[in-house]
Design a protein around this ligand. Structure first.
Ligand SMILES: [Zn+2]
Length: 133
């Protein structure tokens, strides 16, 4: 399993994360998936209504808009992005809990290492390779 993302998509997410500091930022990733790879086609930047440096929540209203937009564009919701302004790009205990109810690829950006990492929850959390093109 791997995630394919472009350099400019990474830049959009990193810039958004940096702008939202000191709080976590979040976004939903649209695209296409098959057994081997998942490709990011579009990014829907969302608001972290918690305005917290250690947690994020997307409002139900915005989530409805997210799913409606994906449907209109005939794309799937393939991933959830959020940033960790002050820690490394590993899922927190809260993230792990929410990964169970949101079985898509989770992309985390670290404001410390400026690194992107991707994860997917199977029976346990596996790291998903990120291919940039
Ligand atoms: Zn997190």
């Amino acid at each position: 399993m791997k995630l394919i993302i472009t350099e400019s998509q990474k830049k959009i997410l990193a810039n958004y994360a940096d702008n939202e500091r000191p709080n976590e930022s979040c976004a939903v990733l649209f695209g296409a998936a098959n057994d081997e790879q998942t490709t990011v086609k579009e990014i829907f930047l969302t608001q972290n209504i918690e305005e917290s440096p250690v947690n994020f929540t997307i409002s139900n209203d915005e989530l409805l808009k997210v799913y409606k937009t994906a449907e209109d564009k005939k794309m799937q919701v393939i991933g959830i992005f959020h940033s960790h302004p002050n820690s490394e790009a590993y899922p927190s205990e809260t993230d792990k809990r929410f990964m169970q109810s949101n079985p898509v690829i989770w992309v985390i950006y670290s404001g410390v290492t400026k690194d992107f990492k991707a994860y997917f929850l199977e029976s346990e959390i596996i790291q998903v390779a990120i291919e940039v093109n």
